[in-house]
Design a protein. Structure first.
Ligand SMILES: Nc1ncnc2c1ncn2[C@@H]1O[C@H](COP(=O)(O)OP(=O)(O)OP(=O)(O)O)[C@@H](O)[C@H]1O
Ligand SMILES: [Mg+2]
Ligand SMILES: [Zn+2]
Length: 580
């Protein structure tokens, strides 16, 4: 038989932040101006009757209130915190009859609070002072507020109020004016580090400085948060604190990965950027955090770029910041920071943040695809070839272009248009070549169509919102043809597409599946597709399909041209069908 004695129970786990609430003023991390002023007041007997502790969560307001209560009641004299006398111990345990903690957020009962406040007139039981600690005081009901106000006007000698709040602006001016106010600030990284180390050493945990830095960056100045984060990591990793575990638990990317992402962005390597994004999404990376981290890294680049000094760096190591600053000038760093700041703001207004992040990455990459204008170069060599060399995205596109036959060729002589000349389509004179002919023949050599960038852009600039909307509204009507013996398959394929761009003569549909994209673009299917569109919408329209990547690339091209001021004007673009 097994008898379990009471003392044999493994003690219930107590969170680090509760175990390590500072028990003396000396243990408080940061807030030194407050500690010093209060210690002085206690030493000189200039004790106020009401204090207001305002500041962010988990930065030591309640802690400090309890320390003040102890310093007022310790049996060894005012200002002491022996933590051994009856008063100190009872305050530490939360059982002292003269130190009353009221949580206005959970204790909304007016009567209860009023009752407590009513008792101020009675003398103390154990200590010298009755201390009322009212947490989240801005949450008090108006009735309770009034009761408090009356007492604050004429407090008895032996009563001290300590009000704490994260939202001081919500407190009535009549209350504010009766309190001595202390504003707690976020705890500095260095102070958090020092405190964390004390705790890790007491707990016999081996650690690595970089892992502590990560915890600090997650805590964002909150000491309680830092300790909770530490708790979570240690629950997973045991008695070691290392970088990998912190990254895994909080779904973070390493600094190396973030730097690699920035490198791809500044090299305009959109494919690599998008591949990286897919793996973040797969791993469940905290995208908001990643956005913020990129911002902080670029801030480091900007700080280094403007000051030439590495001592103000927040995240990046010296070598890394130097490498990045070599490639990102201050103006571009500033532009990138602005885009990331906007994105962080916009996250608050969207339900799905991944697509927003995706667009942000593309925007960032597009900054680096703009030709750098150097006045000397412009003066000496204002030639078209110069510009071409500086547009890596377009260059790469051409290398990667499949050899499939373009369906759309600039007029007038289709056969003679050289393939490698496509870059010139985006040169300043592009307006002159804007007529676009959708060239459809049964006798194409390849079996499927491939659309080129220029045509994409032409369809985009001539797109019409109202046509697209009316098409979208009636999209479900395609279902009617789903059972059609000849056109059913095609109609079903169309239903799955998402109209991306719709002009009066052509439409680009986006599909998730590559195999459907391939089928849609088969030359032999175009007739049926047009038949279905004509039957259901009464329009003659060429339909072209792209996958997600194609859709992004097409939007990217559009944005690049827009930023370069080289988009063709809609009224100069003429799209014609040929050959059907
Ligand atoms: N300045 C600090 N120095 C040392 N530890 C701190 C400090 N601030 C917070 N802590 C740790 O966090 C825990 C919670 O702190 P505390 O209750 O004082 O925060 P608070 O400012 O009152 O937060 P809230 O606004 O959420 O009430 C403490 O028990 C302690 O472990
Ligand atoms: Mg508190
Ligand atoms: Zn004591």
């Amino acid at each position: 038989m097994c008898i379990i004695k009471k003392g044999d129970y493994k003690m219930a786990y107590k969170a680090l932040y509760r175990t390590y609430r500072p028990s003396t003023f000396e243990e408080v991390a940061g807030q030194q101006h407050i500690v010093k002023t209060i210690k002085n007041a206690l030493a000189t007997g200039k004790i106020a009757h009401a204090y207001l502790f305002a500041g962010p969560r988990g930065t030591g307001k309640t802690t400090m209130a309890k320390l003040v209560a102890k310093a007022l009641n310790c049996e060894h004299g005012i200002g002491c915190q022996c933590n051994e006398c009856k008063n100190c111990q009872a305050i530490n345990d939360g059982t002292h009859p003269d130190v009353l903690e009221i949580d206005a957020a959970s204790n909304n009962g007016v009567d209860e609070i009023r009752d407590l406040i009513d008792k101020v007139k009675y003398g103390t039981i154990l200590g010298r002072y009755k201390v009322y600690i009212i947490d989240e005081v801005h949450m008090m009901t108006p009735g309770a507020f009034n009761a408090l106000l009356k007492t604050l006007e004429e407090p008895p000698e032996h009563v001290i109020f300590i009000l704490a709040t994260t939202e001081p602006h919500k407190i009535l001016p009549t209350i504010l004016s009766r309190c001595q106010r202390y504003d707690f600030s976020k705890v500095s990284d260095e102070d958090i580090r020092e405190r964390i180390k004390v705790i890790l050493e007491k707990e016999n945990i081996t650690y690595n400085e970089d892992a502590i830095s990560l915890v600090i960056s997650l805590a964002d100045g909150g000491m309680r948060d830092a300790l909770s984060i530490l708790d979570q990591v240690l629950a997973y990793s045991g008695d070691k604190l290392n970088v990998k575990d912190v990254l895994d638990i909080f779904a973070l990317e390493s600094n190396e990965e973030k730097i690699a992402l920035i490198e791809s962005i500044i090299h305009g390597d959109v494919n690599d950027v998008l591949n990286r994004l897919s793996s973040y999404i797969e791993r469940g990376t905290d995208i908001k955090r990643l956005t913020n981290d990129l911002l902080l890294m670029l801030k480091d680049v900007l700080i280094y770029g403007t000051s030439g000094n590495t001592k103000y760096l927040q995240i990046l190591k010296e070598d890394d910041v130097r490498d990045l600053a070599d490639e990102i000038d201050n103006k571009k760093a500033m532009e990138m920071i602005t885009i990331l700041m906007e994105t962080l703001k916009d996250y608050k207004n969207v339900t799905a943040i991944n697509p927003l992040f995706e667009v942000t990455l593309l925007k960032l990459a597009s900054i680096h695809n703009q030709p750098t204008i150097r006045p000397s170069v412009i003066k000496e060599e204002p030639k078209v070839e110069e510009k071409v060399e500086k547009e890596p995205v377009f260059e790469r596109k051409i290398e990667e272009k499949p050899i499939a036959k373009p369906i759309i060729q600039p007029e007038p002589v289709v056969e003679e248009e050289p393939e490698e000349d496509q870059l010139s389509l985006f040169e300043d004179d592009s307006v002159a070549h804007d007529d676009t002919v959708l060239y459809i023949k049964d006798t194409e050599v390849d079996d499927h169509y491939e659309i080129d960038d220029k045509t994409m852009v032409n369809i985009m600039v001539t797109s019409k919102k109202d046509i697209k909307n009316s098409l979208l509204e009636n999209w479900k009507n395609l279902k009617r043809l789903a059972a059609h013996p000849k056109l059913g398959k095609t109609a079903s394929m169309l239903i799955d597409g998402r109209p991306l761009v719709v002009s009066s003569k052509a439409m680009i549909l986006e599909y998730q599946s590559d195999s459907v994209v391939e089928k849609m673009n088969l030359i032999k299917n175009q007739k049926d597709i047009q038949n279905v569109i004509r039957t259901v919408f009464g329009k003659k329209m060429f339909v072209f399909a792209v996958n997600r990547k194609g859709s992004i690339s097409c939007q990217q091209t559009y944005m690049n041209l827009l930023q370069l001021g080289r988009l063709p004007k809609a009224d100069t673009v003429n799209i014609e069908f040929v050959g059907d």
